[in-house]
Design a protein around this ligand. Structure first.
Ligand SMILES: [Zn+2]
Length: 270
């Protein structure tokens, strides 16, 4: 049994039934859905209502979607967080890769949403993509350490950092979300390669994710990604860490379950 801790399965390019059937066949029993912005809310909520025990919703404003409408976007997130149950605040964070126009607003939105997560005792799913000669992981970690909010935990989604950065995330009480990049020969552009990092980490610090429809693992690299491919990622991690794929499944599922707020914790067999 595997948990995909980060997948945008409300993306319109999916035939939902077929995609979920393939996920089930691959023993992916639960899929966590990060929100991006107001435009993705209807699709996300529809899936969460239709498959309440399989497709778990997060709510948040994605940093790459922060623009001049940031106040309206955040008001929508806050309103939804107050009216519905969500398993996490996400995805939130810093994106220096695409566009630096609204970087100040990105920091403000990240700060605000971290505070909401802490106040509601929800974990966070964090996007930290570097670019323009700035390290998004380091700046996010600096901010979290400075804020020192109570009850704050979660996942550094799509972790591609160094061993030192992995240890810093772990020391801060966070899990590392490992996805298709682990199967790439050269990691992601500028990253050291997870093959140099994962062998030095314990399984207790890792959760699995696809980030579908993005970042498909080898041999599907460059194509549309989907939760059924999570098994390929689990196998790659098992190979890199010299453990069995069953060990990877058991640990990463337990790690993910431990992050779930009480309302969702009874969905899976203990
Ligand atoms: Zn994402």
């Amino acid at each position: 049994m595997l948990i995909d801790t980060h997948a945008h399965i409300y993306d319109p390019q999916f035939d939902t039934e077929a995609m979920l059937t393939r996920a089930e066949a691959a023993q992916v029993s639960q899929i966590w859905m990060p929100n991006c912005a107001r435009e993705t809310v209807p699709g996300l909520m529809a899936l969460a209502e239709q498959y309440p025990d399989r497709c778990l919703p997060m709510m948040g404003l994605h940093p790459a979607y922060v623009n001049a409408d940031v106040e309206v976007e955040l008001a929508s997130v806050e309103d939804l967080l107050n009216r519905h149950a969500f398993m996490a605040v996400g995805e939130i964070g810093l994106d220096f890769y695409w566009d630096m126009t609204y970087v100040d607003q990105q920091f403000a939105a990240f700060d605000t949403q971290l505070r909401w997560a802490s106040a509601q005792q929800l974990p966070v799913s964090m996007h930290t993509r570097s670019g323009h000669d700035r390290n998004a992981f380091a700046e996010a970690a600096d901010m979290i350490e400075k804020l020192a909010l109570p009850n704050l935990t979660g996942i550094f989604h799509c972790f591609v950092g160094t061993l030192d950065e992995a240890r810093r995330a772990i020391d801060m009480g966070f899990k590392l979300g490992i996805g298709g990049v682990a199967t790439f020969k050269n990691g992601r552009s500028g990253a050291p390669g997870l093959d140099k990092v994962l062998p030095h980490l314990g399984l207790e610090h890792i959760v699995l994710e696809t980030d579908a429809p993005y970042l498909a693992p080898v041999p599907h690299r460059g194509k549309r990604n989907e939760p059924a491919y999570l098994r390929l990622i689990a196998q790659r991690i098992a190979d890199l860490m010299h453990v069995s794929v069953d060990d990877v499944a058991r640990h990463t599922t337990a790690n993910a379950q431990a992050l779930l707020p009480a309302l969702y914790a009874n969905l899976l067999p203990g």
